[in-house]
Design a protein around this ligand. Structure first.
Ligand SMILES: C[S@@+](CC[C@H](N)C(=O)[O-])C[C@H]1O[C@@H](n2cnc3c(N)ncnc32)[C@H](O)[C@@H]1O
Length: 249
C-alpha cells in the first residue's frame, strides 16, 4: 500500500489514535513554539497530516503554512483549523517537490511525528531534505521529530502495545504490529478496534517505514548544507519524540 493511500484512508479516523487530539494540538503547539523561539514568525509544516502541529502553532500566533502528501489529510486539516479557529494556509506536496509546490521561504520548517522515515532510500531522503532546505530563509531552523530508532534497533520490537480509550468519541483500542526486513525497514500495520453495539469493529491499515539511525541522517543533513545539528531528547525539549534541530547556513 502506498504511503499516500495509507494516510488518505485513515484521515477521517486519525484523531482516534490519540487519547485527546484537541489537547495534543494545544500541547504540541506550546512545546514546539518554545523550541522554534527567537524572532521566528513564519513556519512551514511540511507533513501536517490532519494538522496536529500546524494548528497548534497557528494558535500560538505563528503564521503557518502546512503541506502534506495526502490530499485527504490536508482537507481534514483545513476543516479542523476552521473548527478550532486557526488561520493556516494549506498545500498538497510530497517532501520531494516542496520547492516547486510551496511558495516562499520560512523562518522555520517542521516535520513531526515520524514523517520523514516514510522515505526508504538515501537518495529520496537527500532529495527531500534539499527541498526542505530550499524552503528555509538563511539561518532559518529545521525541527524534525522521529522515533528513537537508535534505541529501537538495539532490540527491534514486533509492534506497539494496545492502548484503550473510552470517552465521548467511543470505546476504542489502537495498536501497531511491525514486521521487520533485513534492511532496517519494517511494514507497520495499524489496527483500530471500535466497540459498536457490544462487538468490536476492526479496521487495519498498512504502511512502510525505515528505521533511520541518527548518524545516517546527520550525514545527509550535512551533505545538504544544514549546520548546528543537535538532537534533543524528550527530557531536553518537552516533546514526546527525539527532535533534530538544525539551521540553514
Ligand atoms: C505519522 S503522520 C504525522 C502527521 C502529523 N505531523 C501529526 O503529527 O499528526 C506522517 C505524515 O507524513 C506524511 N508524509 C509521508 N510521506 C510523505 C512525503 N513523501 N511527502 C510529504 N508528506 C509525507 C503523511 O501523509 C502523514 O500525514
Amino acid at each position: 500500500m502506498s504511503t499516500e493511500k495509507f494516510y488518505d484512508d485513515i484521515s477521517e479516523e486519525y484523531h482516534l489514535i490519540a487519547s485527546n487530539w484537541d489537547a495534543a494540538v494545544r500541547d504540541q503547539g506550546r512545546v514546539l513554539g518554545k523550541l522554534i523561539g527567537g524572532e521566528a514568525r513564519t513556519v512551514l509544516d511540511c507533513s501536517c497530516g490532519i494538522g496536529t502541529q500546524a494548528i497548534g502553532l497557528a494558535l500560538q500566533g505563528y503564521e503557518v503554512t502546512a503541506s502534506d502528501l495526502s490530499s485527504k489529510a490536508v482537507a481534514r486539516a483545513r476543516a479542523e483549523a476552521d473548527r478550532l479557529g486557526a488561520t493556516v494556509g494549506f498545500a498538497v506536496s510530497d517532501f520531494r517537490e516542496l520547492e516547486k509546490r510551496v511558495s516562499g521561504t520560512f523562518d522555520a520548517v517542521i516535520s513531526c511525528d515520524n514523517s520523514l522515515p516514510h522515505l526508504l532510500t538515501a537518495p529520496d531522503m537527500e532529495l527531500s531534505l534539499r527541498n526542505v532546505f530550499s524552503k528555509l530563509r538563511p539561518t532559518g531552523t529545521l525541527l524534525m521529530s522521529i522515533r528513537d530508532y537508535d534505541q529501537i534497533l538495539t532490540d527491534p520490537p514486533t509492534g506497539m502495545p494496545p492502548r484503550k480509550y473510552a470517552d465521548h468519541l467511543g470505546t476504542r483500542i489502537y495498536l501497531q504490529t511491525w514486521d521487520w526486513s533485513k534492511d532496517n525497514t519494517y511494514e507497520l500495520e495499524l489496527f483500530l478496534l471500535k466497540l459498536q453495539e457490544e462487538s468490536w469493529k476492526v479496521q487495519s491499515y498498512k504502511t512502510r517505514y525505515r528505521a533511520w539511525k541518527r548518524s545516517e541522517l546527520d550525514s545527509i543533513l550535512g551533505e545538504v548544507g544544514f549546520e548546528n545539528l543537535s538532537w534533543l531528547t524528550p527530557e531536553d525539549s518537552g516533546y514526546y519524540q527525539p527532535v533534530l534541530r538544525a539551521t540553514r547556513s
